[in-house]
Ligand binder design. Structure first.
Ligand code: HEM
Length: 140
């Protein structure tokens, strides 16, 4: 059990490293005007998105594995986990939206400003604060 939890936390750190950095690349990409810079950002975004996928899938796999080990009764009575999973589902939606943005940039169709991406970049910070408090403090 504790080994699965350790793997869960390692995967979560991998996922979040990419969730923090990919939208930051969008900020700089939105400020780029030259073709060489644009192409370089496209490669970086595509490769980072692959890492982000690996982090997400591993986090989900080890998280669901933990739930399986704790059992159905534990899952039913853990209200903090229900709240945490709600945030994680929203975060998974954010992750998939990043994929759409990677494709939009690649096609040269981005219309959003770097300011928009700066705000977008803060969403995972809020999710992290909520999830960590729920997972560690377990307030309810
Ligand atoms: C992807 C879906 C996820 C599932 C199904 C899941 C499920 C779980 C479960 C069942 C535990 C064990 C809780 C315990 O031992 O009391 C756990 C622990 C933990 N999870 Fe997740 N989790 C997920 C995502 C995340 C994410 C995205 C984060 C971080 C932002 C995270 C952070 C943690 C932490 C820090 C712990 C250790 C809590 C402790 O033992 O004090 N989890 N998770």
């Amino acid at each position: 059990m504790i080994w699965i939890k350790a793997l869960h936390i390692m995967s979560m750190v991998t996922w979040f490293a990419a969730l923090f950095y990919l939208p930051r690349l969008f900020v700089y990409h939105a400020m780029t005007e030259d073709t060489l810079g644009h192409e370089r950002f496209c490669v970086m975004e595509r490769k980072l998105y692959v890492m982000m996928n690996i982090g997400m899938m591993a986090t989900w796999t080890f998280g669901l594995w933990l739930i399986y080990l704790y059992g159905w009764e534990w899952l039913k009575s853990s209200a903090w986990l229900h709240a945490k999973l709600t945030i994680v589902l929203a975060l998974t939606g954010y992750h998939l939206y990043c994929k759409k943005i990677v494709h939009t940039f690649k096609a040269g169709h981005n219309t959003r400003s770097h300011v928009w991406y700066r705000v977008f970049n803060e969403v995972p910070v809020l999710a992290l604060v909520g999830i960590i408090i729920l997972a560690v403090v377990k307030p309810f």
